[in-house]
Structures are given as structure tokens and as C-alpha cells.
Write a protein that binds this ligand. Structure first.
Ligand code: GCV
Length: 669
């Protein structure tokens, strides 16, 4: 076992705690290195414990070719008997070591190994929505890993295990606390705790960042206000930043949720996002720190929430300091099972933009539903924005290549907690894994990533691998089908976002209701975002805006996202819209049932404990799928007044009973 100190947990049952890192061997490979450092020592130890071939030489070299691969890139050359891992920086050697081990575990070692790798994004960062009281906002894997109550004195072995897992998939940064940030995180006593974590993560190449509360100068510093134009305020931040870097010399910077969902921000003082972000950027600049400023903003008075981030941020393009990056959720609304990409990707060109993905399954069945999200992220990253003509994918618009930005990053809201298996559902581990792998290389396919993950986590037996991989690849679309197909969105139960509540119509704000999003009436359903409606289509480049604007060319997946259409609208395949909706919901249910069959058959090839754990959750998923289908179809039927096609399984619930379900958290952790 690799961990320093005395970390060796004896696992009486296979609880999934080891994640995808299971290649330990007693072979004791010969590994040499031309330099010693904490990071290189980890690389060496990993190979000694895991490599089953001959000698491995870790070589730190300052050549031009290797420098071109950046701090994290590496070359591997040789064969199973003797192989060299070369890099110009020690992180590169560590990533090279994990890469070689992954090749071994996935059966990719050949007689002539020639690999050259360089990550697509510089910063590959997890966002923890962890509160200081250890609850996790939208977390479904138990309490937070961070024992703020015990730090800095007591150090959990999970911290190093966490760093190792991240490093093994190329994640090199982490925001420890919730974007709905408590100002307390910046108190001296908390910074001491943060320092301990940063020290543990450093040898694994992981930098620590913090979410900050914009009102900290007032709340913590006792200033009159937190107005960025009050000279005392930037001064306070300068001093605070200095204090942080004294403790954590490689501190990464701040993540900021400002003027969003009640969080404080510069607009409280009549200032702009630019005023706020640049003030923080100036404080961080001398230390090479950065600001990740979120664009997740929406005010109650704008008739189309999907348009707001673009409307609010586009005017500021190019006005931010060069150490500010705008963090944008993949879709324009909020991490729905399917959304078109946010039009800010590709449009904002003078200021770097980074994607925020959600690994935790707030809107995809928590840790009860099997939903492999790599396919969703692949769809997003490969979406063509057309910003500089064909081929201007979201990936290229954010990895620095399309607009020549030197700062590039991608973030994922973590799905990690203290559960034995880290993520609640064994298959949710695959989403953590896939985020890291895509952040490293956005050209990888979801199929290839699933293949790696299954082999490393479960088994390479084709009887298991093939059907389980298919199940994973189908799983996100299944969730879309049984929750909100054809572009429907945000018809989740209020608050918890687990079950369906399309009838939800009373809230403090209209855009917090479900009826706002589906707009079902006796005549039609869907949100009109065409030129005749909210005109959100205008935020996209041609030819997308024309394609989305016309129901005949709009992809079915986004139909009701962009269009308000009559129930008997003719779909491309000749079905009416109502029938198409019914068949989609039914398909989702069938898919969830199919997953059970696949699992019961293939699962017998793996350990009993994980088999049963997943089996029990697939039962919940299948019954939830029926719940979703019945709730949505019975409710929408009150408008369409049309029969559910007779070859579809009949509803098994009464709409009135389903409406009585209140914040039913029976399925949550
Ligand atoms: C952290 C959604 C979630 C909130 C989350 C917010 C955000 O609204 O439901 O829990 O808050 O997004 O991303 O800031």
C-alpha cells in the first residue's frame, strides 16, 4: 500500500473504497529516478508497487521537446522490460507513472511503447460544495471529507487518498468549500486548517483554491462595507491574500459566486462584475493567483432565465484582468439532464472562459441512479459553437487554442463524500474518473473512458465489460428519456430536485416554478425561445441560430427547449408531439429495466457486495423511472387530452397521489 504514515485500511468486504486504483502487486519493480523530490518519490513508489514489467527509469530532463509538453506533460518510451518516463517537471513524471500503470491495467502495453501526452486544460479542478459544518450542498455521498472540527491537529488518511485518486486521473486543483461561501473560511484559524490540506495535496501536484464570500471585508474585517471602490476594501483583500500566501505559497486563487441566488457581490454597491473580479485579481496577481468568477446569474425580472448570463457578461468581454477566468455552467439554465451549451462559450472571446460541469447528480437521480455523465460532457465539449466557423467546438473555445488564451481551465462540482465508496453509487465513481480523463484529453471518447474505468474498477472479462459498458453509455440518455425528453427542462420537485413536480407553480419567483419552463397549455407545450419568443436563439452563432429557430431543423433533443409547439405537431418521424413524448418516457422506463437485467446477469461475475449495492439502486432507479413517467404523462395529459398510445404500458399511479408526495427524501443519503 502506498500511503505514507500508517494508512492501511483493511477491507473486510469489497466496498469500492479503492476506486480504480487496484493494480497493487508484490512484484516490486525496479524503479530509478535521476532526482529525488516528494512528487518523484510518489511516482517511484507507485511504480514499485504496481508495475509488473522490468525496469522503469524516471528522468527529469530539461530538453526543448519536453518543455514543449508543459509542466504536466510527459513522454514514455521503451517496452515492458525497460521503459523510460521523461518530463521537464516533476508533476509530469507523476502523471507519466499513472499513465503507464493505467496502460498496464487496461491491457495496452505493447512491445514498443511510445507515448507523448500533454493535458488539454491547464487547470483541472474540482469544486467542492462543502460547507464548514460538513454538510455538502447537493452532495449524495455522506458528509464532507474535510474534518474542519479536527484540523489542523488531526489529519484523516482520506486526505492523502483523495489526492492520490485525483492525481491518478490528472486533476491538479481543488476548491475546498461551497460557492455559497461562509466568510469564516478566511479566518486565520481556518486558513491554518487549509494549509494542512494544501501541504498534503502539494506532492500530488494539487493546488488548493477557496470560494470566498464577497462580503468578507465587512463581516470579517469589520469594514463599513465591501464595496470594491471603497479604498479600504481592496486593501483588506490585499492583506488577506498576503496572509494566505504566507501559509500556502502555491495557493491557487478564489472562486466567486457573486450576486447570484442571494449571494453578496459588487452589484450590492452599484458596481459591476468587472469591478469585483478585478479587485480580487489585483490582490492575487503578485502571487500568480487567479480569480474564477462565476457567470451563474439570473434575476427574477428577466422573462427568459436562459438568456441572462450572456446578457450580463457579454458587455464585459475583454474588461477583466488577465488572471480572471469566467466560469460558466455547461448549459444556460442549470445542469439539467440535457441542455444546449451556454452561448457564452464561443461568444466571449477576449476573456478566458471555463466550463463548470456537475459531477454530483443534483438533477440526475442523486447517487441512486446510474448515470454515466461522460456522454453528456462529450456531447457538450464537442458541440460546435461556430464562433470562428465550423469546428469551433466548446472544447477549443475553452482550452485556449481558439482564442489564444494562456489561461485555460475546466471544473467539475465534486460528487465525493465520506461514504466508504466515496461517491454513494459505485458507478458514480466513473463520473469522477471521466471528469479527470476528459479534463486531461477532451478528445477521448466516453466509450474509451468507460472501458478503462470498468477494467480498472471491476473486471476485464468481456462477459462483464461489454454489456456493462453499453449500459453505462446508454444511461444518461435513459435518464433524459424518463425525466425530461425532447428538450423539456427543470420540471423537478422544488428544493431537492429529485423527483418530478411539473405542476409546481407557486414560488417566490416565477423562474423557480416548473410551469415557467414547460409552459404546457391545452394547445401546446415548450418554451418559445425563437425570434418570435424570447429570442434566445439570437445568442448563438449562425447557422445554429437558424437551425434552432426552425422546428423543422431544430434537433429533437432541444425541440421544447426552443419551441412552444401544439400537441399534434408532426415530428420528423411522423409521430405527433404528444405520442413522441409518451414513447420517450416509456423508452426511459424500458431502459432502466434493461439495466437491471444486464446487471443481474453480468454482476454475478464480480464480488457480491458491489453487485448487491448496485442491484439495490437499480431497483430504485427503475421504480423512479415509472414514477417520472406516470407523473409527467398523467399531468401533461390533463392539457393534451389525448390517450397514451395503447402499446405503452399503462400508468400504475394516480396523478393525485403523486401530487401528494412532498419533498420525499427517501432515496437520498
Ligand atoms: C451552490 C443550483 C443549485 C444550488 C447551487 C447553485 C449554484 O441552483 O441548486 O444548490 O448552489 O446552482 O451553482 O450556485
Amino acid at each position: 500500500m502506498l500511503m505514507s504514515g500508517n494508512y492501511r485500511i483493511i477491507h473486510p468486504v469489497e466496498d469500492g473504497h479503492q476506486l480504480w486504483l487496484r493494480g497493487e502487486t508484490a512484484a516490486g519493480a525496479k524503479v530509478t529516478a535521476n532526482k529525488k523530490s516528494p512528487t518523484i518519490n510518489i511516482a517511484k513508489e507507485e511504480l514499485e508497487n504496481g508495475w509488473k514489467g522490468g525496469e522503469v527509469r524516471l528522468r527529469l530532463q530539461n530538453s526543448k521537446e519536453l518543455r514543449a509538453l508543459g509542466r504536466d506533460g510527459f513522454r514514455i518510451a521503451g517496452n515492458s522490460q525497460q521503459v523510460d518516463i521523461m518530463a521537464s517537471a516533476e508533476q509530469g513524471l507523476l502523471y507519466g507513472a499513472y499513465h503507464l500503470l493505467r496502460m498496464q491495467e487496461t491491457g495496452k502495453i505493447t512491445e514498443n511503447i511510445q507515448v507523448e501526452e500533454k493535458p488539454a486544460f491547464d487547470i483541472r479542478i474540482l469544486n467542492h460544495w462543502d460547507n464548514l459544518n460538513r454538510t455538502v450542498e447537493r452532495g449524495y455521498a455522506g458528509y464532507s471529507l474535510w474534518r474542519w472540527d479536527q484540523l489542523p491537529e488531526v489529519v484523516s488518511p482520506r486526505y492523502e487518498a483523495y489526492a492520490r485518486a485525483n492525481a491518478s486521473i490528472g486533476i491538479n486543483a481543488t476548491v475546498l468549500n461551497n460557492v455559497n461561501a461562509s466568510p469564516d473560511i478566511l479566518k486565520a484559524e481556518y486558513l491554518q486548517k487549509v494549509k494542512v490540506l494544501a501541504d498534503i495535496f502539494r506532492p500530488y501536484g494539487i493546488k488548493v483554491y477557496l470560494s470566498i464570500n464577497f462580503s468578507s471585508p465587512k463581516i470579517l474585517g469589520g469594514l463599513e462595507d465591501s464595496d470594491p471602490l471603497n479604498p479600504a476594501v481592496p486593501l483588506w483583500w490585499k492583506e488577506k491574500v498576503k496572509e494566505i500566501y504566507k501559509l500556502i505559497p502555491d495557493f491557487g486563487g478564489f472562486l466567486v459566486k457573486a450576486n447570484s441566488e442571494g449571494q453578496p457581490g459588487p452589484q450590492d454597491y452599484g458596481r459591476t462584475h468587472v469591478d469585483g473580479a478585478n479587485m480580487l485579481a489585483d490582490a492575487l496577481k503578485p502571487y500568480k493567483g487567479i480569480v474564477m468568477w462565476r457567470a451563474f446569474v439570473y434575476a427574477p425580472d428577466e422573462p427568459d432565465r436562459a438568456k441572462q448570463a450572456y446578457a450580463e457578461f457579454m458587455p464585459f468581454d475583454g474588461e477583466f484582468r488577465d488572471n480572471v477566468i469566467i466560469q460558466v455552467k455547461n448549459g444556460p439554465v442549470d445542469f439539467q439532464p440535457r441542455e444546449p451549451f451556454s452561448p457564452l462559450f464561443g461568444a466571449m472571446q477576449k476573456t478566458p472562459v471555463m466550463a463548470e460541469l456537475q459531477i454530483t447528480q443534483e438533477y440526475l437521480g442523486f447517487s441512486n441512479h446510474l448515470a454515466y455523465l461522460s456522454t453528456m460532457w462529450e456531447e457538450f465539449l464537442k458541440s460546435d459553437t461556430y464562433s470562428k466557423g465550423e469546428g469551433s467546438t466548446v472544447a477549443k473555445a475553452t482550452d485556449g487554442s481558439l482564442f489564444n488564451h494562456s489561461l485555460s481551465a475546466i471544473s467539475g462540482v465534486a460528487n465525493i463524500g465520506v461514504d466508504d465508496n466515496w461517491c454513494g453509487h459505485h458507478f458514480a465513481q466513473a463520473n469522477w474518473y471521466a471528469f479527470g480523463r476528459l479534463a486531461w484529453n477532451h478528445e477521448l471518447t466516453s466509450e474509451a473512458i468507460a472501458d478503462e474505468w470498468i477494467r480498472m474498477t471491476f473486471s476485464s472479462d468481456p462477459e462483464f465489460l461489454v454489456p456493462v459498458k453499453k449500459m453505462m453509455l446508454d444511461s444518461r440518455e435513459a435518464v433524459v428519456n424518463y425525466m425530461m425528453p425532447l428538450g423539456l427542462h427543470h420540471i423537478f420537485a422544488e428544493g431537492h430536485h429529485y423527483g418530478p413536480q411539473p405542476w409546481y407553480s407557486q414560488a417566490a419567483r416565477e423562474d423557480w416554478t416548473c410551469v415557467y419552463y414547460h409552459k404546457a397549455s391545452k394547445e401546446a407545450i415548450g418554451f418559445d425561445r425563437t425570434t418570435k419568443g424570447s429570442n434566445a436563439v439570437a445568442q448563438y452563432f449562425s447557422p445554429l441560430r437558424e437551425q434552432f429557430n426552425n422546428p423543422a431543423t431544430c434537433p429533437d433533443e432541444y425541440l421544447l427547449w426552443f419551441h412552444h409547439l401544439p400537441w399534434d405537431f408532426k415530428m420528423k418521424d411522423g409521430k405527433t408531439l404528444w405520442d413522441a413524448l409518451c414513447y420517450k418516457y416509456d423508452k426511459g422506463v424500458q431502459q432502466a429495466r434493461e439495466f437491471q437485467k444486464i446487471w443481474d446477469k453480468a454482476g454475478s461475475l464480480i464480488d457480491e457486495h458491489r453487485f448487491q449495492h448496485v442491484q439495490s439502486r437499480l431497483k430504485i432507479q427503475a421504480s423512479d423511472a415509472v414514477w417520472w413517467k406516470d407523473a409527467c404523462l398523467l399531468y401533461f395529459q390533463t392539457f393534451s387530452n389525448k390517450p397514451i398510445p395503447y402499446d405503452i404500458e399503462r400508468p400504475v399511479h394516480e396523478l393525485n397521489d403523486l401530487k401528494k408526495i412532498r419533498l420525499n427524501m427517501r432515496h437520498t443519503n
